[in-house]
Design a protein. Structure first.
Length: 192
C-alpha cells in the first residue's frame, strides 16, 4: 500500500479493537492467522514485542516488534476488552474472530477510505510492512526473521524498494567512491 493510502485507511478506523488489529498487522508483519491466534500473554507491551511460538505456515517460532502507534492502539484495546478473555481478537459472542470476519472488517474500511478499487487485501499489510522497513534502510537479512521466512529470496519478493530509495542509495554509495574511501584491490577474473 502506498503511504498515503495507509494514512487514509487508518484515518477512517474509529473502532478501538479494529484499529489495534490493523496497526498490529501493519507494524509487525504478522500473518493474519498469527494475529487472530494471538493471546494477550504473548504480548510484551513494555518491550514492544510479540512472541509467536509456532507459525502455522512454517512451524517456526519468532519474535516480532511493534511501533509506538501500534502500542498505543493495543493499550487502548486492552483497556476496553474483557480481561477474562485471553485471546486478543474476539467478536461479540467472545469467539475468536475468523479470517472471513477480519476480511469483511478490512473491506468495510477500504470502502470507507475510498480505496476499495485498488484491490488491497489483508495480506498487503504484510507486504507493506516489509517494503516500508526495507525503504527505511533495514537490511533484507534483518527483515527475513521478522517475517518468518526460511529463504532470503522469499523476503526479497515480499519487499520492494522504491525508485527514490534506489536513487538515494546510488548517490550515497557514489559519494563514498568519489571521496576515495574504498580501499583494497579488485582482482580481475579472466573467466568472466
Amino acid at each position: 500500500m502506498a503511504p498515503e493510502d495507509v494514512a487514509q485507511l487508518l484515518s477512517v478506523i474509529g473502532n478501538t479493537r479494529n484499529r489495534a488489529l490493523i496497526l498490529m498487522l501493519l507494524r509487525t508483519g504478522m500473518r493474519i492467522g498469527e494475529l487472530l491466534a494471538l493471546r494477550v500473554q504473548d504480548i510484551d507491551l513494555k518491550e514492544q514485542k510479540v512472541f509467536i511460538y509456532e507459525a502455522k505456515k512454517t512451524g517456526v517460532g519468532r519474535v516480532v516488534y511493534f511501533s509506538a502507534d501500534a502500542r498505543d492502539a493495543l493499550v487502548a484495546w486492552l483497556d476496553k476488552k474483557d480481561p477474562r478473555e485471553d485471546v486478543l481478537a474476539y467478536g461479540k459472542k467472545y469467539e475468536s474472530i475468523t479470517y472471513a470476519a477480519a476480511l469483511v472488517m478490512f473491506v468495510k474500511y477500504l470502502k470507507k477510505a475510498g480505496l476499495l478499487h485498488k484491490g488491497y487485501t489483508l495480506h498487503c499489510l504484510r507486504h507493506t510492512f516489509a517494503s516500508e522497513l526495507l525503504n527505511a534502510g533495514m537490511r533484507l537479512e534483518t527483515l527475513q526473521p521478522l517475517l518468518g521466512h526460511t529463504s532470503l529470496e522469499v523476503t526479497r519478493r515480499y519487499a520492494r524498494l522504491t525508485d527514490k530509495t534506489r536513487e538515494e542509495e546510488y548517490f550515497r554509495a557514489m559519494a563514498v567512491i568519489e571521496r576515495g574511501e574504498i580501499h583494497g584491490n579488485y582482482r580481475f577474473d579472466h573467466r568472466l
